[in-house]
Design a protein around this ligand. Structure first.
Ligand code: HEC
Length: 150
């Protein structure tokens, strides 16, 4: 096969080929939803509902894997966030991870706007909490887990 002459066309061909090749990395093998073992003792159903909207995709075993989570390179970012998020805090493995869940910081991170991750909110309008909902979630998380004691 003769390569196209124009450098821009050449770049496009190589770019497309590259995009196809990276799809072969089997990242979907990591995109599992293990069974829900145990949840925390939520202070109220409202707190759980807000956490489900804004946090569960990365901090539970009930992740909704969107279509672009199947397409590299977005797949790699989404998978990294979910596995990294679950490792720090997993609302579905409460008993299993007891003591390893960084939940005492959860309220603070919501108030400061660090969680949910900003890029996630762009892609998930349902997680774009109003200031009032943010406050309600932070308060609920504090009541459920207590504050940072250090
Ligand atoms: C898009 C995925 C995503 C969403 C949504 C998300 N998180 Fe996270 N979260 C992460 C990742 C990734 C980490 C690990 C960050 C790290 O290791 O630096 C993390 C870490 C944390 C930690 C531990 C922080 C620490 O340093 O100990 C807490 C607490 C937390 N998140 C709370 C929340 C809460 C509460 C929500 C919902 C309001 C939420 N997160 C939503 C991905 C997410």
């Amino acid at each position: 096969m003769r390569l196209p002459r124009h450098p821009v066309v050449r770049l496009a061909v190589f770019g497309l080929a590259g995009l196809l090749v990276i799809q072969l990395v089997p990242v979907w093998l990591l995109q599992t939803n293990p069974p829900v073992a145990a949840e925390p003792a939520w202070d109220s159903p409202a707190t759980r509902a807000l956490a489900q909207r804004a946090c569960f995709d990365c901090h539970s075993n009930e992740t909704v894997w969107p279509w672009y989570s199947k397409v590299a390179p977005a797949a790699w970012l989404v998978t990294r966030d979910v596995l990294g998020g679950r490792a720090q805090l997993n609302f579905s493995e409460w008993a299993v991870h007891a003591g390893h869940n960084h939940a005492d910081e959860a309220g603070e991170l919501v108030t400061s706007g660090e969680m949910p991750l900003p890029l996630y909110v762009v892609m998930h309008p349902q997680a774009d909490l109003t200031p009032a909902e943010r406050q309600q979630l932070a308060d609920g998380l504090l009541r459920t887990f207590g504050g940072d004691s250090d």
